[in-house]
Write a protein that binds this ligand. Structure first.
Ligand SMILES: [Zn+2]
Ligand SMILES: [Zn+2]
Length: 659
């Protein structure tokens, strides 16, 4: 008997190797490879082989031959490698709960498959009172689950319209049919309330997969899913690979969130993987959002996805009132500090009435850069091409890319001048301003700095939830999935930096983020008020946000996108080049650009240096490739892949982000 295996060596792409001997499909083995032993995953068996060379034997099995990937996941890996033009070994590496390495992690044991126990799949809590639209949505999902092989479903519902209740009911139905469910959330740490809800409803049948688990914990959680002991899996994007053998339902909450995009050597979007898995196993993909991605909504428009709508909030509360604050006018009126007078007044009134406020400022630290007014020196990171950010509390200048830090002494490190000026504020500066404005009230600051320690994030949210503090301020971490009924005022300190970020999705992301923030206010009985500060009040993103007009936004944004042939209306790929020698990386990227452009069907733009151009001493260049559709790009790049690798040889690592 012969076994076919995949190893994790990027340049081998989709190559499969044959060895003599047999090990279970989806298990890890050691194989002799070149001069060393490597880990390999068994992907196939055959009784004969037509390979003429001498065939080596499989080495020892790892983890006593435990199966980590089902045959469905093995074929998914093959399909994804083809779809995204990335090495199959690298995809398998992402899927595995244990390291893809020739050495075992100790303390893992094999778990036997448990029988399905239907009586245990009943839900423990009576469901909440449902609205007619919720009942209709649940009915549609039930039909799809019963029939199998359904289109994806998109649950488009305004913030606070009770999408979670639809998800929980859909899970109940899947479980009652003896099927497993995967519930995907954008980020585990940012959605403690969602997880609590699921665990509360389905108890011990829930397995939570997240990056905070140790290898051993992760492997055990994985085996529980594989054995059928965990019927519901909750997790961030990597949970889309959970080894559910009886997969009936995949829920993708906040489908529009950017954290569903995985970038690095392998670039995939969770929506695409979920769609492939659901199709493969005859399950239903249920995506939900108040601001669906252009990809999901355009698919619903074309009929490829079934659209379900929730237009009302169950408690009858109105959507918040959105006020766009013109900061140009505020400046003319003598604005000093970060908060405009309407936002300041609204916060003050709310606090006096015993309510809470939430303020988004999507920049951490105290200042974005320090400038010496005597000699013009701006301290920069020695390893990255960025200026260091000033953090007042710890008196440090920090690099937000590599973590490098140096002490901030209050004098210029170059000329010893005393006129060091901090420019561009961050959350820390906002906190200082709030302390001065509202000395009688307490606040909670939530950003990557305050949430750095394990459990700190949860603690800070609990503190605000118990009303131990009155204002929650922070980066976009505060915008996700939180439900605090006492919050009546929400403010966005700076809407412009997000909308004008140089990325074709910047406006779409801003619209979604601002809508999310707005949706955090007025979830109780009182109507919420939202204040968005901008120097561009006429921008269509803000004008449409003011009216809560997602479909209006979709119309404008999709027509702009279509005009420029950007996804989902055209093919776009980014080739990224990385290396330590700047000149050689650039030359490799230029050579690849010429090769791609010579094909005729592709427009190659660049190469250009990425921002920042250097991170952790690695230089970064990219080429943008456009074609009339994705398929053209995929086919051309599949053909060029080996030649591109040759052109880069030892000068640069490279990978493809194929939208
Ligand atoms: Zn100086
Ligand atoms: Zn750095």
């Amino acid at each position: 008997m012969y076994s076919q295996v995949v190893v994790n060596v990027p340049v081998l792409y989709d190559r499969v190797f044959t060895y003599q001997g047999e090990a279970p499909l989806g298990s890890l083995v050691q194989v002799p490879f070149g001069n060393s032993a490597r880990a390999a995953l068994v992907v196939g068996h055959s009784p004969t082989t037509d390979i003429p060379d001498e065939i080596k034997c499989l080495g020892k099995t790892l983890y006593a031959g435990a199966v980590w990937l089902s045959s469905e996941l093995l074929s998914l890996a093959e399909e994804l490698a083809h779809f995204y033009l990335c090495p199959r070994g690298a995809i398998i590496d992402l899927m595995l709960p244990v390291p893809f390495a020739a050495k075992e992690v100790s303390g893992l044991k094999r778990v036997k498959r448990a029988p399905v126990r239907l009586e245990e799949t009943l839900t423990r809590h009576a469901p909440a009172q449902l609205m007619p639209e919720q009942i209709e949505a649940i009915e549609q999902v039930k039909q799809a689950l019963t029939n199998g092989h359904a289109k994806p479903h998109l649950l488009y519902g305004v913030t606070g319209s009770g999408k979670t209740e639809v998800y929980l009911n859909a899970i109940s139905i899947a479980l009652s049919q003896g099927k497993q469910a995967i519930y995907l959330v954008p980020e585990i740490a940012l959605t403690p309330q969602v997880i609590a809800n699921v665990v509360h409803r389905f108890g011990e049948q829930v397995g939570v997969l997240h990056s905070g688990l140790s290898s051993g914990e992760r492997a055990r959680a994985w085996q529980k899913v594989l054995s059928g002991e965990s019927q519901v899996v909750v997790g961030a994007r990597s949970a889309v690979f959970a080894p559910t053998a009886r997969l009936g339902l995949i829920i993708m909450d906040e489908e529009h969130e950017q954290s569903y995009r995985h970038e690095g050597g392998v670039n995939y979007h969770t929506r695409v993987v979920a769609q492939l898995r659901a199709r493969q196993q005859g399950g239903v993909l249920l995506m939900g959002s108040a601001t669906p991605s252009l990809e999901a909504y355009s698919s619903a428009e074309r009929g490829g996805t079934k659209l379900l709508q929730l237009t009302a909030r169950p408690h009858g509360t109105n959507l918040p009132e959105v006020n766009i604050v013109d900061m140009r006018e505020e400046l003319r009126q003598g604005l000093s500090g970060l908060l405009s007078s309407p936002l300041r007044q609204a916060v003050a009134l709310g606090l006096q009435a015993g309510e809470q406020a939430l303020l988004l400022f999507n920049r951490r630290g105290y200042a974005q850069m320090s400038l010496c007014r005597d000699c013009g020196h701006i301290p920069t990171c020695p390893h990255c091409d960025v200026s260091l950010r000033f953090h007042a509390g710890v008196r440090l200048l920090k690099c937000h890319y590599c973590g490098y830090s140096m002490r901030a002494l209050g004098e210029c490190p170059r000329c010893r001048g005393q006129q060091v000026h901090n420019r561009g504020a961050g959350t820390e500066k906002l906190a200082e301003e709030l302390r001065a404005l509202f000395p009688d009230f307490l606040f909670t600051r939530l950003d990557a700095d305050t949430a750095a320690r394990k459990g700190a994030h949860q603690k800070l949210l609990t503190e605000f939830g118990r009303q131990d503090s009155h204002i929650l301020l922070g980066t976009k971490m505060i915008a996700k999935g939180l439900d605090f009924p006492r919050v009546t005022v929400a403010g966005v300190v700076d809407a412009d930096s997000g909308m004008y970020y140089p990325d074709f999705r910047a406006v779409e992301e801003s619209f979604a983020l601002l809508m999310q923030v707005a949706g955090r206010s007025g979830r109780g009985t009182a109507r919420g008020r939202v204040f968005i500060q901008t120097y561009n009040p006429e921008h269509y993103c803000l004008r449409l946000l003011e009216k809560h007009d997602y479909s209006g936004f979709y119309k404008v944004e999709s027509s702009l996108r279509r005009k420029l042939s950007y996804p989902p209306f055209g093919g776009l790929a980014t080739l990224c080049f990385r290396g330590r020698d700047q000149r050689r990386v650039l030359e490799a990227a230029q050579a690849v650009g010429e090769l791609c452009a010579s094909s005729g069907a592709i427009v190659a733009l660049g190469p250009v240096a990425e921002a920042p151009a250097r991170v952790k001493d690695i230089y970064r260049y990219q080429l943008t490739l456009k074609a009339k559709n994705r398929k053209t790009l995929q086919e051309l790049l599949a053909g060029l892949r080996v030649r591109i690798t040759d052109l880069c040889s030892s000068s640069a690592r490279w990978y493809i982000i194929l939208e």
